[in-house]
Design a protein around this ligand. Structure first.
Ligand SMILES: *Cc1c(COP(=O)(O)O)cnc(C)c1O
Length: 399
């Protein structure tokens, strides 16, 4: 499979893993590995832009880097025409802004819909906004080994619904929500959708424009390999941009940045979603990650991702099921994103043993072990070796 893999040469674009004890890195869905190119762009930023141009750097490109990279990312991975994506803050903060902005377009409605197994930061922010604005949260009870279905969303909708917010790829199971059907149902009820694409972007292609999505947010340090804590992105459908209000208007989102005006007037377009000064060093890593994805092509990445997760499931069926593991991700390729979760009653202890022995996976409470498969940096042989090691270590530990 490695010999036939058209993306195999991309593994050389990553800085080799320095730790000799690492057998395989299967957690690129939590933190992608560093690119050689990131070193170059950060070096270039420090030595020739920042150190020689200094404050003039803002006028010579930095100021508009957030929307420039946003346009590239929109085209490479999100199915978004230019002018609708911008890099800013963290996903948590972008989600806070997007939810407020969506709510500002649906005054008089009193419910936010989300699901019980949504990522913690999403649930906490939804609850906090509901508390502050006197809204109600309508919880969809989602299956942790699957995800939210369009029918469950339809059942939760009413003329009270203002906003529905869901993760497109579930962080626990990798279940892919039906974006088109859910958008359609939510719009039929007169409400707005805010998608969290953290486990989607750089792994599963989406078509935000074509599916009529309203808002989306996501992070860049997972499958985009932009580096720990690199800025997040926010998508706002162009038709919503002129009328929305966002909750952290700052000087960077103002119409005239240097007017220092007594009153705030929002910038036209997607810049209205900014707040403060963009993190240029972090954006350098995002640029490197987005360029790499763009070169590889999201459809090719998705094809390899599907092959990797399918192999992980086949090996897990053969080697791990007899040891008491169960698959906690969809078997249907079309419903499964870029990672595979297996559960085991002693998962926490087993995860610690695996990580200590150089098989870097992650544990998700209460009983999940996630095998993350970042297509640009992971080989089929590496996956095989890691699961072979898992089989041996788990049978020793459970004997
Ligand atoms: C990783 C992840 C986040 C992280 O948000 P940060 O603000 O970057 O910490 C949010 N949502 C989902 C679904 C994630 O997978």
């Amino acid at each position: 499979m490695d010999r036939q893999d058209p993306l195999a040469p991309f593994q050389d674009r990553f800085v080799p893993i320095k730790d000799p004890n690492v057998v395989a890195y299967l957690d690129g869905n939590s933190l992608g590995r560093p690119l050689h190119r990131t070193l170059e762009v950060v070096q270039e930023l420090v030595t020739s832009q920042w150190s020689s141009r200094m404050i003039r750097g803002w006028q010579e490109g930095w100021l508009h880097l957030p929307e420039r990279i946003g346009d590239l990312l929109g085209g490479a991975a999100l199915g978004a025409e230019p002018g609708q994506v911008i890099l800013a803050d963290s996903t948590s903060v972008c989600l806070y802004k997007a939810l407020h902005a969506a709510l500002s377009l649906r005054p008089g409605r009193c419910e936010i819909v989300t699901d019980t197994d949504n990522f913690p930061t999403d649930r906490y922010i939804v609850e906090s906004i509901a508390r502050d604005k006197g809204l109600m949260v309508r919880w969809i009870e989602s299956d942790p080994a699957a995800g939210v279905t369009a029918q469950q969303v339809i059942d939760a909708l009413s003329d009270r619904t203002a906003v529905v917010t869901l993760s497109h790829v579930a962080y626990r199971s990798a279940y892919i929500a039906d974006m088109r059907a859910i958008n359609e149902a939510v719009h039929a009820a007169g409400a707005m959708v805010v998608w969290d694409l953290c486990h989607t972007v750089g792994s599963v292609p989406v078509h935000l424009d074509a599916t009529d999505s309203d808002f989306a947010v996501g992070c860049t340090y997972k499958f985009l390999n932009a580096g720990p804590g690199a800025p997040a992105f926010i998508y706002v459908r162009s038709e919503h941009q002129p009328t929305l209000a966002q909750p952290i208007p700052g000087w960077m989102s103002a119409a005239d940045l240097y007017a220092m005006a007594p009153e705030y007037r929002a910038a036209p377009g997607i810049r209205a979603m900014l707040s403060g000064t963009p993190a240029i060093t972090g954006l350098a890593g995002v640029m490197a990650g987005v360029e790499l994805l763009s070169e590889a092509g999201i459809e090719q990445v998705r094809a390899k991702s599907t092959d990797l997760t399918r192999l992980a499931i086949a090996l897990s069926d053969a080697w791990l099921t007899p040891l008491g593991f169960t698959l906690a991700s969809p078997r249907d390729d079309a419903l499964r994103g870029g990672h595979v979760t297996v559960s085991h009653p002693r998962a926490e202890e087993l995860a610690r043993i695996l990580i200590d022995s150089g098989v870097i996976i992650d544990f998700r409470a209460p009983d999940g072990i996630r095998i993350g498969l970042s297509p640009l940096s992971t080989s089929f042989t590496g996956l095989w070796t890691a699961l072979d090691r898992t089989r041996i270590l788990a049978s020793e530990a459970l004997a």
